[in-house]
Design a binder for this molecule. Structure first.
Ligand SMILES: Nc1ncnc2c1ncn2[C@@H]1O[C@H](COP(=O)(O)OP(=O)(O)OP(=O)(O)O)[C@@H](O)[C@H]1O
Ligand SMILES: [Mg+2]
Length: 604
């Protein structure tokens, strides 16, 4: 038995096989998550593709229940996402939808939504596992006459995508991609795993997107874009030397194995010049000549020494040019698309460096009008974003939630029990953008809560909290004053009456005193305003009646004009006939005269 075990064959799994067995790690751990992750991966890709090509995205999401699913307690669901992006070249279609780790964004150091080249292939695998139908793709590029329609499946052993049922079709869209997955899942609209929660988040952080969504039995909804500029994705930056752990440093070296050492250090890291590279080698006790040798000539011991020297050296702080923000204006416009927002405050922080990585934090706090009364005691709604992608699960240990709970919201007039999330009819949206964002898990749901990042987010939250608090305090003061005025208003006339009676004052004096009180309470303005409103209303009624009158005048006028024109035409016709008659008779006379003069001439 032991012998057998020792002789067991060791086989290497392909990447695709690994992910197919561990789909739960990339967002397919429950039927609800499966639906959400599929929509999310397709929409992230659509938005990235449009953005990279400077296209204002028009995205359509259709989700339909087709019947019962093959797994217990699931439905068979069709998820279709259509974009107006650049389309995909035929040779890349099987790679995009059927091959793992095939990406145009991998490790590029830009804050795109996608990073790893796993997302959409995982959705295809889930579809294949649960409905045995691959990804149905239709795609067309601008210069192509016909669109490609096909089904993509994955060969797990080889980690390869395979095209099936390929055809060329006429498509109404000039360019773009549509992908449909038929999967087992469960639809949830609201709450943590809610589709609407996800869509609201995506709408908020993409003010340049027009989105149409048709979710099961609901009526289709279209949310129009509020800005017409495609956000510019900043240029890529290599990582700062202080951002890597030893293991990461060693794998990074492997990526550059065929490059010279000096080249790797200067091109692979930011803030490393040829001089700095030489100093690093010197301080690590490595011969200078190795700088011109290839990375794969370094032993692991030498690499470890180099890593240690890097840790002990000072470098210029990383550049913050590789982050991006929506800006307070765009965020403000987008907040209004979240529903009836009663008041909001937005804050865009300047790019900062946290853990040697450039980071940009933006915060929007919106107070919802419709929930003002019933939402007082429930927790605020939190919208978390990492590189503009909404995060919906595993919120407890996320840097954003930790930051929100650590702020003392009571000092901003918002209810909160110590250390917990605040409560009330608010939405608190926090967006963190960084080309090197660290997540706690492969499904990218939780941002690693380092102290520096939490502090940076807290600063943004506190600034937004301050302006919200100023507004709430102003509201409270106005309300307090109004209550006082109402009180005096109630008892003022009683006082005037009694005093007038005691003093035996005349009716005129009593009236004057009443008017005086009104003036003190500022109600005379109110009265004047009311009177003005009344006058305006009367004026409007009057104008409306005048307009009716005016309309009838115009109608009459038009009728008269039409009648006059008809008369003129008739007159012209009569005159025209006469003129024609006259003309014919004079012509006859002229030719007669001409003939007789000819006769006379010949006689002469
Ligand atoms: N709708 C689309 N239009 C154009 N190109 C697309 C579209 N969807 C995917 N792609 C291309 O396919 C690649 C693979 O997509 P995939 O979602 O698997 O990975 P990713 O987006 O790069 O990273 P992640 O795994 O983090 O989502 C993308 O990098 C992109 O180049
Ligand atoms: Mg993706």
């Amino acid at each position: 038995m032991t012998k057998n075990k020792a002789n067991e064959k060791i086989v290497a799994n392909s990447t695709a096989e690994y992910f197919a067995k561990n789909l739960q790690q990339v967002g397919f751990s429950s039927p609800i998550k499966a639906v959400l992750t599929t929509v999310k991966e397709a929409m992230d890709n659509a938005l990235d593709a449009c953005e990279e090509h400077g296209i204002l995205p028009n995205i359509r999401v259709d989700i339909k229940k087709l019947g019962l699913g093959s797994l217990k307690n699931t439905d068979r669901i069709s998820i279709k996402v259509l974009d107006n992006g650049p389309g995909i070249e035929e040779k890349y279609v099987p790679m995009v939808f059927g091959q793992y780790l095939a990406s145009s964004k991998f490790g590029q150091g830009r804050p795109s939504r996608g990073q790893q080249g796993i997302g959409i292939s995982a959705a295809t695998t889930w579809a294949l596992q649960t409905s045995a139908i691959g990804a149905k793709v239709t795609t067309k590029r601008e210069n192509e006459r016909k669109a490609l329609r096909c089904v993509v499946v994955t060969d797990l052993k080889k980690n390869e995508g395979i095209l099936k049922d390929k055809e060329k079709i006429n498509w109404e869209n000039p360019h773009g991609t549509e992908v449909e997955f038929i999967i087992d899942g469960k639809i949830q609209m609201n709450g943590e795993g809610g589709l609407l929660t996800y869509l609201r988040g995506t709408i908020l952080l993409n003010p340049h997107m027009t989105l149409t969504y048709h979710l099961t039995e609901m009526e289709p909804v279209t949310v129009e874009r509020v800005i017409d500029e495609v956000p510019e994705i900043p240029k890529a930056t290599p990582p700062h030397p202080h951002t890597m752990k030893l293991g990461e440093f060693l794998s990074y070296a492997r990526l550059f194995s065929s490059h010279k050492n000096a080249e790797w250090l200067c091109k692979g890291f930011s803030r490393v010049s040829p001089n700095i590279a030489a100093t690093l080698f010197k301080n690590s006790g490595l011969p200078k000549t190795l700088l011109d040798k290839k990375v794969n000539t370094l032993t692991s011991d030498q690499l470890k020494k180099l890593f240690q020297t890097i840790q002990d050296s000072e470098f210029q702080a990383p550049s913050t040019k590789s982050v991006m923000s929506l800006g307070e204006k765009a965020l403000s416009l987008s907040v209004m698309r979240l529903g009836k927002v009663d008041y909001f405050s937005v804050v865009t922080r300047k790019p900062a460096i946290c853990d040697f990585k450039p980071v940009q934090v933006e915060v929007a706090i919106a107070r919802l009008f419709e929930k003002k009364s019933d939402g007082e005691d429930s927790s605020v709604q939190i919208l978390r974003f990492a590189n503009r992608v909404p995060l919906q699960f595993d919120k407890a240990s996320c840097a954003i939630v930790k930051s929100i709970s650590s702020v003392n919201w009571k000092s901003y007039s918002i209810k909160q029990t110590k250390g917990n999330l605040p409560s009330g009819p608010y939405i608190i949206a926090v967006s963190v953008v960084s080309p090197f964002l660290k997540f706690k898990n492969a499904s990218k749901e939780t941002i690693d809560a380092t102290d520096e990042l939490v502090t940076e987010i807290r600063k943004a939250l506190m600034k937004a909290g301050q302006s919200l608090s100023r507004h709430i305090k102003k509201e409270a003061k106005t309300q307090e004053l109004e209550n006082k005025i109402k009180h005096i208003e109630k008892f003022g006339p009683v006082l005037v009456n009694t005093l007038c009676r005691i003093l035996g004052a005349s009716e005129a004096k009593k009236k004057k005193a009443e008017e005086g009180i009104e003036k003190i309470l500022g109600r005379d303005n109110l009265k004047t305003r009311q009177q003005l409103d009344e006058v305006e209303e009367r004026l409007n009624v009057h104008l409306a009646s005048r307009k009716d009158q005016f309309d009838s005048f115009i109608k009459e006028d038009e009728e008269l004009q039409a009648r006059q024109e008809a008369l003129l035409r008739a007159e012209e016709e009569i005159l025209g006939t006469r003129y024609n008659d006259d003309e014919t008779s004079s012509k006859k006379e002229f030719s007669r005269k001409k003939k007789s003069s000819k006769k006379n001439k010949s006689r002469l």
